[in-house]
Design a protein around this ligand. Structure first.
Ligand code: IPD
Ligand code: CA
Length: 255
């Protein structure tokens, strides 16, 4: 498992990648901007920076910005999204994360997320606590859907068909409010610190959520990761423990 030295290396990688992001703040360099997705030079530069720092540790690395499509599915090692919320970054909407998880046999044991615009570091260790800038955090205690905030989104490859969207709308009517911020990793951080109560997204990639899931788990919450057809694609529910079964019934089991 990871030593303090490994963890220090990740924290250093996050700081360096954040410097890279800030150096492209006014000029992210849009490479592709098709359908529901966008890719910039910043994604690639941050990826290069993070992989340089992590590769010396000798664990396998799966990154959104590397050639994952050809890789065998391997769910042990680092799972990296160098820039989660690329569209937000290009619009300067201050909700952008760097997401690094460590997984062992499909379980996210460690999670590290950096909120770039607000310079906040979130860390989690399976056997320890989840922290926000070094201070322990907890999920909310909300148990009623009618009082709960659901954070969610529609991933780039998701089904935008009318019946799929209408079904989603009928599922979420029970919640008090819905928030969609455009960065899965940071929405999960907000669940981990009890600002939001539930996170749900269908068709999201593992690198967007692995670190955030470790954070929710170490903050006292629960999660369910369900594999979808394509490699690394999942339906994800994460919430505080009180509301988990209710949210599961509403969002997943009732289908
Ligand atoms: C996106 C964000 C967004 C989610 C999309 C992701 P990206 O990440 O996490 O919240 O709805 O599915 O693709 O593409 O900016 O890394
Ligand atoms: Ca990304």
């Amino acid at each position: 498992l990871l030593t303090q030295q490994h963890i220090d290396t990740v924290l250093h990688a996050l700081d360096k990648a954040m410097d890279v992001a800030l150096s492209y703040f006014d000029n992210p360099g849009i490479l592709t901007n098709e359908l529901k997705d966008i890719k910039t030079i910043v994604d690639l530069k941050m990826n290069e920076c993070i992989l340089n720092e992590l590769s010396g540790m000798g664990f396998p690395i799966l990154s959104e910005e590397s050639d994952w499509k050809d890789k065998a599915v391997n769910l042990s090692g680092w799972i990296v999204d160098p820039l989660d919320g690329t569209l937000n970054f290009t619009r300067k909407f201050p909700c952008v994360g760097i997401s690094i998880a460590f997984m062992v046999d499909g379980i996210p044991t460690h999670g590290f997320v950096k909120d770039i615009f607000n310079n906040i570091s979130y860390t989690a260790n399976l056997n320890g606590r989840a922290t926000k800038n070094g201070i322990a955090m907890n999920v909310s205690g909300e148990s009623q859907l009618s009082n709960a905030i659901l954070s969610t989104g529609f991933p780039s490859g998701a089904n935008y068909g009318t019946s799929e969207l209408m079904h989603f709308v009928s599922n979420v009517q029970k919640f008090k409010k819905i928030r969609a911020l455009g960065s899965a990793s940071l929405m999960l951080c907000l669940v981990a610190e009890g600002v939001f109560d539930v996170y749900y997204e269908k068709g999201i990639y593992l690198w967007d959520v692995a670190a955030g899931i470790a954070l929710v788990n170490a903050s006292g919450g629960k999660y369910k990761l369900t594999k979808m057809g394509e490699p690394y694609k999942y339906e994800v529910l994460a919430s505080n423990s009180e509301i988990f079964e209710n949210a599961l019934q509403k969002l997943i089991a009732s289908r």
